[in-house]
Design a protein around this ligand. Structure first.
Ligand code: AMP
Ligand code: MG
Length: 335
């Protein structure tokens, strides 16, 4: 299959609609990462998303809609705090998990009675979703377990020959996947951290918890148990207070002739030779926006990436550190 990469205009949107209506898949930009979209009402179309990515069949998908789409067609029972969250953060990088009306195929939510819904703020995503005017099930547009794509080029590198069309909306400004927040209970529970932080949600809803699976319990956000976001080179992760160890590990590998790069925040870059630094930046938003871009860059240049955790761990950084930790997890780790 020939994979076209097209700027978003009337012609490419017409083509995207033709593909989606006939049960195919299209990659599209959002403000977080690129998505691989299909008609959420079509079991076959959704099945092909799982097949193309090699995604485990128990990891549910998020349904994306445009900003005028009536969410009541898809989900029930908005708790008053959920309506507040919607008004405060949508369109934007927040996915809300509601009780489902069952109007999309069961495969989207892997048979769960809930449905994860997102209204992306990216103008290109909005144009695509308006053009098709239907709920679009979309995971990130990468091969399962690889780093999520933040440019059309990243999508092309993973899915070339497997999908007909990539809508190119430039580099994603957010850089990590949306926050996933369950709004089916008395108060919001963050299942996956992201650019809308638990603190921001609590400020609107009055209360918010971050879910941590307890031993023996069924995981509430099935995707969280998988190793994710991993580059195709070796990685070694060091805690923020282990900079000297990270620097020594770098020197040792470098002396042994390995191509080794250091991924770290601006503040500590001086611990490594400048030409081998993948600099995450200084602010929280910069670090989120740069993380996957640098992991993509790093896996092409390096045998080993030495990563140092940024020192700040709350707010948006909870999401950044969650993704960095998963990228550096050992094969077989299920965290
Ligand atoms: P991705 O498509 O890679 O962005 O992953 C989607 C994330 O949303 C995964 O972590 C899923 O577990 C989570 N998710 C999707 N639908 C649901 C749902 N109905 N209930 C809980 N989590 C969900
Ligand atoms: Mg993903």
């Amino acid at each position: 299959m020939n994979t076209q990469v097209c700027a978003i205009d009337e012609k490419s949107l017409r083509r995207a609609k033709e593909i989606i209506v006939s049960g195919g898949v299209v990659a599209f930009p959002t403000e977080t990462v690129y998505g691989l979209g299909a008609d959420a009402r079509s079991d076959e179309a959704v099945a092909s998303v799982y097949a193309i990515k090699g995604r485990p069949s128990d990891n549910p998908l998020i349904v994306h809609v445009h900003r005028e789409f009536d969410l009541d067609r898809l989900v029930y029972d908005e708790a008053p705090y959920a309506a507040k969250l919607r008004r405060a953060f949508l369109p934007g990088p927040l996915t809300l998990v509601y009780r489902s009306r069952g109007n999309v195929c069961l495969r989207v939510s892997c048979g769960l009675d809930t449905l994860a819904v997102r209204v992306p703020s990216h103008e290109g995503a909005q144009r695509f979703l308006r053009a098709v005017d239907m709920p679009i099930a979309a995971p990130s547009a990468n091969i399962s377990k690889h780093i999520s794509p933040v440019s059309a080029q990243h999508v092309y590198e993973d899915l070339r020959g497997k999908i007909p069309l990539i809508l190119d909306g430039g580099r994603c400004s957010g850089g990590i996947e949306s926050t996933v927040c369950d709004v089916t209970g008395e108060y919001p529970v963050v299942l996956r951290t992201g650019l809308v932080s638990a603190e921001m949600i609590a400020a609107v809803a009055g209360r918010c918890e971050i879910y941590t699976p307890k031993g023996g319990e069924q995981v509430r956000s099935p995707g969280m148990k998988y190793k994710h976001y991993a580059p195709r080179c070796k990685t070694k992760l060091f805690a923020a207070d282990k900079l000297a160890e990270a620097s020594a590990a770098f020197s040792e590998l470098h002396a042994a002739g390995k191509r080794v790069y250091a991924l770290c925040e601006d503040e500590v870059r001086g611990a490594f030779p400048a030409r081998y630094v993948l600099d995450l930046g200084g602010s929280e938003r910069e670090m989120a926006a740069n993380l996957y871009e640098l992991l993509h860059e790093g896996e092409k240049a390096a045998d080993v990436i030495i990563a140092v955790k940024p020192r700040k761990e709350d707010g948006i950084m909870a999401g950044v550190i969650n993704r960095l930790t998963k990228a550096c997890a050992e094969e077989g780790d299920e965290t």
